[in-house]
Design a protein around this ligand. Structure first.
Ligand SMILES: N[C@H](CCC[C@H](N)C(=O)O)C(=O)O
Length: 269
């Protein structure tokens, strides 16, 4: 069976998007998602995105990481879905319902409210998630937050000096995080600017992580380090994150379509 796809990205965090609202898409399992995402033998992407009809929202978005695991949220893909959809929409995800709105060259997304309690992250045992009494190889006292998916946030003097390719997977898979975790290392440049690098759960180092930018921004705000609207500079570019009195996080940034293609499903099944 031939299946159409759209190759998209948000600041270089790239996706293969399948749209089951316009053509049939067979069931996706971990092995198939991993095979499609493989950059040598598959189409290649950080995340495989499946759009489907929804009874609870304008459409549903399912997210499969590079390792094939299905996860709850993907900020950059939310903007790509908005671009593809072409108008404002509510989007059902397993991490909650978000609201997307296309803008000139990208989209603005209401990512909902962050959750800070340890059971919501989740952590394996209770602790203060604002400044956690834990550390790994020189990275310590992080914050943790769930923004649809789980994140741990470290503030450091210089993000480029952190061997994130080495320490990221150690933290991602630490037993403290029963569902693993996305690892953010951030430098506060000033009260309106954060520099961020992310080791993503199930995908590794990516050019950008939308939920990571949201998690990092709200932690910096919670600690009083930045204003309630900041620019977050990732290796792939900038996102604007706001967190207003409604407690809902708003992320604004670019999204792009790279090309369209099709593949033989049975070649990967
Ligand atoms: N690796 C993330 C999913 C993708 C998040 C990232 N691509 C984004 O833009 O938010 C996780 O396992 O929760």
């Amino acid at each position: 069976m031939r299946v159409d796809f759209t190759k998209m990205h948000g600041l270089g965090n790239d996706f293969v998007v399948l749209d089951a609202r316009v053509h049939p898409v067979p069931a996706i399992d971990t092995a198939l998602a991993r095979a499609l995402a493989d950059r040598r033998t598959g189409i290649g992407c950080d995340q495989l995105i499946l759009l489907e009809p929804s009874d609870a929202a304008d459409f549903r978005m399912r997210i499969f990481n590079h390792d094939g695991g299905e996860v709850e949220a993907c900020g950059n893909a939310s903007r790509a879905a908005a671009l593809l959809h072409g108008s404002a929409a509510s989007v059902e995800t397993s991490g909650g319902t978000i609201h997307v709105e296309p803008t000139n060259g990208g989209a603005s997304v209401d990512m909902g409210k962050p959750r800070f309690d340890w059971e919501a992250i989740p952590l394996a045992y209770g602790m203060d998630t604002a400044v956690m009494p834990v550390g790994w190889e020189g990275l310590d006292r992080p914050g943790a937050v769930n923004v649809g998916n789980p994140h741990v946030v470290f503030f450091v003097e210089n993000t480029d000096a952190v061997p994130l390719d080495v320490i990221g997977p150690q933290i991602e898979t630490d037993p403290l995080f029963p569902q693993r975790i996305n690892v953010n290392v951030a430098t506060i440049e000033n009260r309106r600017h954060i520099r961020l690098r992310v080791w993503e759960r199930g995908a590794g180092l990516t050019r950008a992580c939308g939920t990571g930018a949201c998690a990092t921004a709200v932690h910096a705000m919670r600690r009083g380090l930045v204003e309630r609207e900041v620019t977050v500079t990732l290796p792939g570019g900038d996102l604007i994150i706001g967190w207003d009195d409604s407690e809902r996080i708003r992320m604004t940034g670019p999204a792009s379509e790279s090309y369209r293609g099709s593949f033989e499903w049975d070649d990967f099944a």
